[in-house]
Design a protein around this ligand. Sequence first.
Ligand code: NI
Ligand code: MN
Length: 265
Amino acid sequence: MPLFPQGVPLSKRLFDLTLAVLALAAGVAGAAPVQDGGVSLIYYGHAVFALEKGDTTLIFDPYLSGNPWKVAAAEEIDTDYILVSHAHQDHLGDTVAIAKRTGAMVVTTAELARMLKEQGVAVHPMGIGGKRAFDFGYVRVTPALHGSGIPGGEACGFVVSFFGVKVYFAGDTGLFGDMALLGQLEKIDYALLPIGDNYTMGAEDAVLAVGMLKPKMVIPMHYNTNPLIKQSPEEFKQAVEKKLGIPVMVMQPGETRLISPVLSQ
Ligand code: NI
Ligand code: MN
């Protein structure tokens, strides 16, 4: 297997190379080499991300119709799984239409799953703290400090182990101290964190979140979609990298990156 597949941006190659050198320099007994997970991460703007490997696709919070970034139409999405963090429109988005057209299974909290099932959607209900194996790996449902958008429901986030790449999608949330516990429970490769402020934690709090989660890499989300959540992802990047030495990857809406388990545990 080639170390770097075709089409990987130079910055990504340099990043992986840097980590490979660091791993070698650390000389940790039993440390495996950096692996290519062969997983694509696609950003659709706001808090919409998809993971893809081969024939398997998973999308988080598919808000496409009405998403001002307009990088894809809901009709273009072909997916096997839809993970929904809560029922606010900028997260539930086009879930029902996409699930009905594709037959995708929606993984979400119990109350929202029940509502979606009543609309004829295939669902897998879960609860905060629960973990479940799927054919791509597993999903752990994490707490989120945020409204659910549905009576009696709760907002959540997800840790997804997707063909060996561990991604934490925080959903909409304020900062909470148990992110430190999550960092102990899961060796997170990529943390997708809101930085927009107003509705969720802002950039300063997100820096503290990174310090607790200790991921290998951070990707900011939920900013610059409207004036209330205007933020500079570059300032956030500089703050995290300077204070914590953890790299931040700022993705542009419509961009796809190859991701991998950046350092084996
Ligand atoms: Ni929300
Ligand atoms: Mn939101």
